[in-house]
Design a binder for this molecule. Structure first.
Ligand code: NDP
Length: 336
């Protein structure tokens, strides 16, 4: 089934998540970190040594486009601040490389559309790093909901929050140009995903409100917390929350004949899940490794990526996020 070769990945932006990703790739079966793109020269020797990366496969943000001439890179993985995703995805596509981009795919649906178009024109594939699509506890939630194992899902609660009130004031997450917003973009995107993949449906309308700022000196230009509801055409409601000042990590679904839930649901695990009567028992996986090996199966074999991990999936989430911001700002119910 597989070619002999591994999928050669170049990581763009060597920050916190790139380190997790590289460690997952290092223990993967079908992928290798074979290139890096960084603006911080001091990271180069550390990364080259740790992952055995040839000097010719090292780029900075100015030389990045030369990656077009490098046959030893198959896919570019963009792990930059959200506001930089669009530019680097499109540049990678123009260089003729397949692209994986971290969540949120971009900072607006309009940007996602440009990225999809750019990759389509260049004839390359575009995936979003939605690791939970390959994670057994979340896959079980998808199955229970979409296959209506306990009847129709009527109500969902999804929440993700961490206390980041001691964040460095220069962190890009606090800068709307680089982040596209606060906890909704960074954490809430998982709640939007969760509600969509448990129901298998797209929301039709949103109501939302920003939470009170308890730390206005920290969260000057982005929301500290946000609450929103997603209405689906069949009447199902998802009640969601994201926060940068309190802890929550939960995906709950209520169906006609039972409820099912995960908590923790979204972070790196270990996950726990149950129905009214049973505990879930699945293997805890290395999410980055599994994601990359699954994506490699398509990219190495020149097969089209399934819809649920491609750019279109990221676009659908950003359409909802755009509507959540509009609803919170206007106080009105907004159609998606
Ligand atoms: P970090 O701030 O830790 O890393 C971002 C890196 O981008 C920096 O280290 C830097 O790398 C590079 N960079 C280039 N320009 C800038 C700039 N102007 N400001 C800041 N950094 C810059 O962020 P994360 O790794 O936490 O997040 C990166 C992306 O990954 C985001 O889109 C985030 O949403 C996503 N993410 C996904 C997770 C998941 O579970 N799927 C978890 C965490 C984050 P260099 O020095 O090499 O140039």
């Amino acid at each position: 089934f597989f070619e002999d070769k591994k999928l050669n990945v170049a990581l763009v932006g060597l920050g916190r998540y790139a380190n997790y990703m590289a460690e997952g790739i290092a223990v993967s079966k079908y992928c290798k970190v074979n290139g890096i793109v960084t603006g911080t020269p001091s990271k180069i020797p550390v990364w080259r040594k740790k992952y055995n990366i040839p000097e010719k496969n090292v780029y900075n943000y100015e030389t990045f486009d030369q990656i077009a001439d490098n046959k030893d890179i198959d896919v570019v993985y963009v792990i930059l601040p959200n506001g930089m995703h669009k530019e680097y995805v499109i540049r990678a596509a123009r260089a003729g490389k397949h692209v994986i981009v971290e969540k949120p795919m971009a900072i607006s649906a309009a940007e996602c559309e440009e990225m999809i178009e750019g990759c389509h024109k260049a004839g390359v594939q575009l995936a979003v790093g939605y690791r939970l699509h390959f994670e057994p506890y979340n896959q079980h939630m998808m199955k229970l909901g979409q296959e209506k194992v306990y009847g129709e899902v009527r109500y969902i609660e999804a929440g993700l929050g961490y206390n980041s009130t001691n964040i460095d004031p220069s962190d890009w997450h606090l800068n709307p140009e680089l982040s596209g917003g606060g906890c909704l973009q960074n954490l809430g995107v998982y709640c939007v995903q969760g509600a969509r993949y448990v129901t298998g449906l797209e929301p039709v309308a949103i109501t939302a409100r920003f939470g009170e700022k308890l730390y206005p000196d920290v969260f000057k230009e982005v929301e500290e917390s946000i609450h929103w509801s997603m209405e689906f055409a069949n009447g199902t409601i998802a009640s969601c929350v994201a926060s940068s000042s309190f802890q929550i990590d939960r995906l709950f679904a209520s169906a006609e004949n039972n409820f099912f839930e995960l908590s923790p649901a979204i972070s790196y695990g270990p996950f726990q899940g149950r129905t009214r009567s049973d505990e879930f028992d699945f293997p805890q996986t290395n999410q980055q490794q599994v994601q990359m090996d699954e994506m490699a199966k398509y990219l190495l074999n020149k097969k089209t990526l399934p819809d649920h991990i491609c750019g279109l999936e990221g676009l659908k989430d950003l359409r909802v996020i755009d509507a959540v911001y509009e609803a919170a700002r206007s106080g009105k119910r907004v159609a998606v």
